[in-house]
Write a protein that binds this ligand. Structure first.
Ligand code: SF4
Ligand code: SF4
Length: 355
């Protein structure tokens, strides 16, 4: 998953950007996961994965990040709470003035475990809710009881004073349920509802028919902007970067969507220490082990990240689009469709030659 935490201080983000480093790092600290979500980009399973970074190697990464840019880390997976050393790693990040948020699936959340993570430095969590009912959520997540677990996790977070947001992966399966998911987010006390537009990679590739069409995507984004303004809960999108264009075309003011930040302020570290623009774009962009854990060198020398900044080289409608620098199109969708991450985004009507 990709997330844009709301707990960043603008001054800190700016200083990270000035240093040329990422502002946000999503770290797949383990790929192991107890769930079997239909859309999982990693195809994660409930078994140990070989080659995962050791505790010592993770500390090397943290040391290197602290010397470079001190981004916010999103501890993700798989299920980050499966890592036996996760509290130690979060604590080590805090000691290096690196802020932490976490994306647990909810199944392993117990009061004591979440409180320990909070004490170590986790400032907020995100929980994924893809259906408004146990039937629809569990069907999507692939495990009976997942809905009960995630709602219990949200109650525990509330009890211990841990802020949390709800992430919902959007497809035609749950498009009609989104108003009910929004109600659930409001009543559960979430600080934000973030709609993640399905990126059909990994196990999600089988769901490519369920991804919203360009026109349905646009209609939903317009609804999202209206609901965000209406309140009471803030809403935003993730991985529908054409939201930037639609936001401008609607004449909106205030905080604008960020577009795709993959490789441009956002970076993903895989469970084996491979950098990627994001978790959905499975293109190796730097091996931290090969760089002897010099994160800065791996990040700045990456040909892939350099490519992604050449927005006039994008294919289809993206290359000539007036919004390409802010939007960038989803490079993961382009890659999934064509094998070329610089090709046209597939979920935007303009990118595909519309108007
Ligand atoms: S054409 Fe490409 S760059 Fe322009 S809005 Fe669509 S996805 Fe974004
Ligand atoms: S490439 Fe696509 S999936 Fe990855 S961060 Fe950008 S918009 Fe999201």
């Amino acid at each position: 998953m990709i997330e844009k935490p709301q707990y960043s201080q603008p001054s800190e983000l700016n200083s990270a950007a000035e240093a040329g480093g990422p502002r946000i790092v999503a770290w797949e600290i383990t790929r192991r996961c107890p769930l079997a979500c239909k859309h999982c980009r990693a195809g994660a399973r409930d078994h140990a994965y070989s080659g995962e970074l050791t505790t010592k190697e993770c500390i090397e990464v943290l040391n290197s990040l602290a010397r470079f840019t001190r981004p916010m880390i999103i501890w993700t997976g798989g299920e980050p709470m499966y890592r036996p050393d996760i509290v130690e790693l979060v604590q080590a990040a805090k000691e290096r003035n690196i802020r932490s948020v976490m994306a647990p699936c909810g199944t392993l959340v117990e009061r004591e475990a979440l409180a320990a993570l909070q004490a170590a430095g986790v400032m907020a969590c995100s929980f994924s809710v893809d259906g408004a009912t146990a039937a629809s959520h569990d069907a999507f997540r692939g495990v009976p009881g997942a809905f009960a677990n995630v709602t219990r996790a949200m109650r525990i977070a509330t009890e211990i004073g841990m802020p949390f947001q709800i992430n919902a992966t959007v497809s035609s399966l749950n498009r009609e349920e989104l108003p009910a998911i929004r109600e659930l987010a409001i009543t559960s006390g979430a600080s934000m509802l973030d709609l993640f537009f399905l990126v059909p990679v990994g196990r999600g590739k089988e769901l490519s028919d369920l991804a919203l069409s360009p026109s349905a995507t646009e209609e939903l984004l317009r609804w999202l902007f209206e609901m965000n303004q209406a309140g009471p809960i803030p809403m935003r999108e993730t991985c529908s970067p054409q939201a930037v264009r639609i936001w401008h075309q609607m004449g909106r003011v205030g905080a604008k969507p960020s577009g795709c930040m993959g490789g441009k302020g956002f970076v993903f570290i895989s469970h084996t220490g491979i950098l990627q623009p994001c978790g959905f774009l499975d293109v190796p962009s730097g091996d931290l082990r090969a760089y002897n854990f010099d994160f800065k060198a791996a990040y700045l020398n990456s040909p892939v990240f350099k490519d992604l900044r050449q927005t006039d080289q994008f294919g289809g409608g993206c290359g000539g689009c007036a919004f390409r620098n802010d939007c960038s199109g989803c490079r993961a969708r382009a890659y999934a469709a064509t094998g070329d991450y610089m090709a046209a985004e597939t979920s935007c009507g303009i990118a595909r030659g519309g108007s």
